[in-house]
Design a protein around this ligand. Sequence first.
Ligand code: PLP
Length: 384
Amino acid sequence: MSVELAERYLMQTGRRLPVTFVRGRGCLLYDDAGRAYLDLVAGIAVNLLGHAHPDVVAAVSRQAAELIHTSNLYLTRPQIELARRLVELSFPSRVFFCNSGAEANEAAIKLARKWGTKNRAGAFEIIATTGSFHGRTLATVTAGGQHKYSDPFRPLPDGFVHVAYNDAAAIEQATTDKTVAVLLEPVMGEIGVIPAAPGYLQRVREWCDSKDLLLILDEVQTGMGRTGRWFAHQHAGITPDVMTLAKGLGAGVPIGACLANPRADVFEPGDHGSTFGGNPLACAVAATVLEVIERDGLVGHAAEMGELLHASLQDLGAKQTRGLGLMQAFEFEEPKAKLFQQGCLDSGLIVNAVDDHSVRLVPPLVISATEIDHAHETMRKVAR
Ligand SMILES: Cc1ncc(COP(=O)(O)O)c(C=O)c1O
């Protein structure tokens, strides 16, 4: 397809690379000329099982042949089963299903505000961190501390305060009577993979407990095994009050989730909803994704492959490499990340330049050591 046609018919909300993918298998994508590319981006941390995974294909067609959608006016089995499995894997909680990460965070924000109304005399302010990313709705661009995403849409909703990431003291200082919650990514993804410093999440958890605040963790990008644990907060040995998920949960089929522990779970009938959220198709596929991750030991595999990938980034001439599990990034001194991304694409490798300096790698969890070696070889040649 031509770039001209895309420009004519699609709103130009982002710049697309001039390549048209038509199919995929495992960690490979194929363009419309039949050329193969090794995919280290996985639809931005989405395709956990790679492309066209047979179990996902079977789950989609099996459920599509049974029941795709009923609305949330009725009970459906896949939704309840998926909620049960998510709660078993994370912490005692209940689940609200939606369709994306932004919606999962909207739900968390509304939950926090209602909780503040009920329990904290109307406290409503949420402390978030500069450089974070929580989605593109009006509330979530405001929650994410990046002006480039929110400034064009002023006036913005009230009630969000931003402090530096990895600075627990700044959260403590920013807390007032109006504060109701702290909202964090356990590894900041979109800004270029910045993991929580040792002790940060634990100290924030303790602060939230001592001041009666909710801790909301946005695990939209980090969840479902990507960092080498089912959820990134498990590395820190803490649990949040509220956790949001999306991206990898459906491995490509859109689904989001907001989990809340009994303390935070204050939604009542009529408070929130979504027509498509938690429909049988998305939930049946997500349940299969969880089953395959477990059956094939992909959480441990992600930890192992993450170490291999991280080690392979050391000789690319980057000034810094960082990451957790299969969520890795490196930063060049010079502003050459976009050029590097294009060079890799030309050489059949998909990487993601998050800005002029940093490159993010979030491959499928099923990536093999051989594929990482191959990617390393290509990246070394391109970086030269
Ligand atoms: C941490 C985090 N939260 C939320 C979102 C928004 O998710 P979605 O694009 O599905 O709305 C993203 C997307 O990149 C993300 O990385």
